[in-house]
Design a protein around this ligand. Sequence first.
Ligand SMILES: [Zn+2]
Length: 395
Amino acid sequence: MLELLFLLLPIAVAYGWYMGHRSAKRDQEDISNKLSRDYVTGVNFLLSNQQEKAVDLFLDMLQKQQSENEIDSGSQFEAELTLGNLFRSRGEVDRALRIHQALDRSPDYSFEQKLLAKQQLAKDFMTVGFYDRAESLYIILVDEPDFAEGALQQLAKIYQKTKEWKKAVNVAQKLAQIAPKENNIELAHYYCEYANELLRNGTGEPKTLLIEALRVSPSCARASMLLASVLIKESDYQSAVKNLENILQQNPAYIGEVLDTLKYCYQQLGHLENFELFLIRASQQVSNSSIDLALADLIEEQDGRASAQAKLYQQLHKNPSMYIFHRFIQFQIDEAETGRGRDSLILLHKMVGERIKQSFSYRCTTCGYHSHKLTWCCPSCRQWESVKPIRGIEN
Ligand SMILES: [Zn+2]
């Protein structure tokens, strides 16, 4: 019997340990459950835009954790990280910075946790415009597979803001390796910006960059425009024409921007008739008053005013446009006899002219931003290639 008791002793010890462990675990679970409930309440406050209440609750949770020291360091880390993010979202970036910096410096946390702290710290620096500090953190994160894509995206944003186009190209190339895109508009415009810089300084190989831009984004009209300007400098008008005419397929909204240059190239080649053929083909393909007006100009130069006027009259019926109407009235004034009828036409011409002068020439198709000048990155929504000539999108 005694022997049997001795045999049962290890089982009793094991049972005692198990029960004790279970009870401790239950306490831990109770605390965790309480924390989870508080956390859900906090998130609900956030979702219902009651940020003040959410911050108070999270602060309270954090203080409890610190005073009782009853939860694991992982939960404490997450709570502090979330609290820092909350401060940043409330515009209290200095407090967010202090919390995230403390997490990053603390010896209590693992390497992986510190990477999360660095990521949030970099966001804090981005919010206050300390791009150099954010940059150095993102450069560290680029080497970590779980953080690389996000870090490269942020680095591209930084270099876009600081206009460091060579660096922007480098990070966008790395990003394309991680997340390939069929039409990489951002990278194409970084190439264009960098090529522009080289063209201004008269250094490097802008042509190579522009060819690369067209490889990563075949629809990039800007790359074709810039490439044509390089080719014109080299007196390669035939290749310039090819690039400029290609815009009609790439992004027809921009074709009006290059018609003068295209005409100049055809003049240099001594084949203005081919320019007319292109304009006829383009006017059949798209509705754009810039094409109709260029065609009318050419017809006037070659066949006289009557033919140009007939063409405009025909176009006005097909595509009623303020710009064509303005030119059409000019023709009518030139033909009208002196008198009240002519005076009325002059007044009408002036009024339509004023209306054209006051109206914007470009509009962002994403956010509706209007401008008098073509910008390739919308200053309002920061999207590339979304600002388009109004004549190209509305006729
Ligand atoms: Zn926009």
